[in-house]
Ligand binder design. Structure first.
Ligand code: 5GP
Length: 182
């Protein structure tokens, strides 16, 4: 198997605290946090708690269809976010990883276009981005980043198989086994 970067739940706990500390140390305090779903949802929620921000939103973007397999371009999927509150706000965009960087770049450009035009005066969105990982070849440089790696990353939230009705017996057996094994 190719070399993987393994982010465990325990290591994620350290990553989100250190990334959050980076954001606070920069002196820039977001008014709200936008997660790029689904990969950015859990990191965004963790950062929200860590820095005491309750205003959260999400933009749903699909790009990867498998390990290293992508659609031609990232696409925004429903449910669509209401962006009317964003002009004049400091917005932190959070994703799990900037790999090609295309997803983050697209979302950041989307936010730049949400500025409010008041006949000559523009109220723009002050957007910054945070990721747990960045790949060296990313076309977009996030403002905040925990680690750089060129490996495929296994995240704890997508490391296990999806639970289906057909897999429930197996799932319960695994849980029971884990409990006995403690
Ligand atoms: P990008 O647009 O930067 O190429 O990648 C965007 C999304 O693809 C990420 O938010 C993530 O969900 C997925 N992705 C990219 N690289 C990796 C990786 O190394 N591991 C995993 N698990 N997902 C990845």
């Amino acid at each position: 198997a190719p070399d993987r970067e393994e982010l465990t739940w325990e290591l994620f706990g350290r990553a989100e605290r250190e990334l959050s500390a980076q954001i606070v140390a920069s002196g820039w305090v977001p008014d709200l946090i936008i997660a790029i779903a689904r990969g950015g949802l859990i990191p965004a929620g963790a950062i929200g708690y860590a820095i005491g921000i309750k205003a959260m939103g999400a933009v749903n973007v699909e790009f990867y269809t498998g390990v290293g397999e992508t659609l031609p371009e990232p696409v925004v999927l429903p449910p669509l976010m209401d962006a009317s509150d964003l002009p004049g706000k400091k917005v932190l965009v959070v994703d799990d990883v900037a790999d090609s960087g295309k997803t983050l770049k697209m979302v950041m450009e989307l936010l730049q276009h949400q500025g409010l035009d008041l006949g000559g005066e523009t109220i723009s969105v002050d957007a910054r981005s945070a990721v747990i990982y960045r790949k060296p070849h990313s076309v977009f440089e996030p403002d905040y980043c925990w680690r750089v790696t060129d490996k495929w990353i296994n995240f704890p939230w997508s490391a296990l198989p999806v639970i289906t009705p057909a897999s429930l017996d197996r799932e319960n057996a695994d849980l029971l086994y884990a409990r006995v094994g403690d």
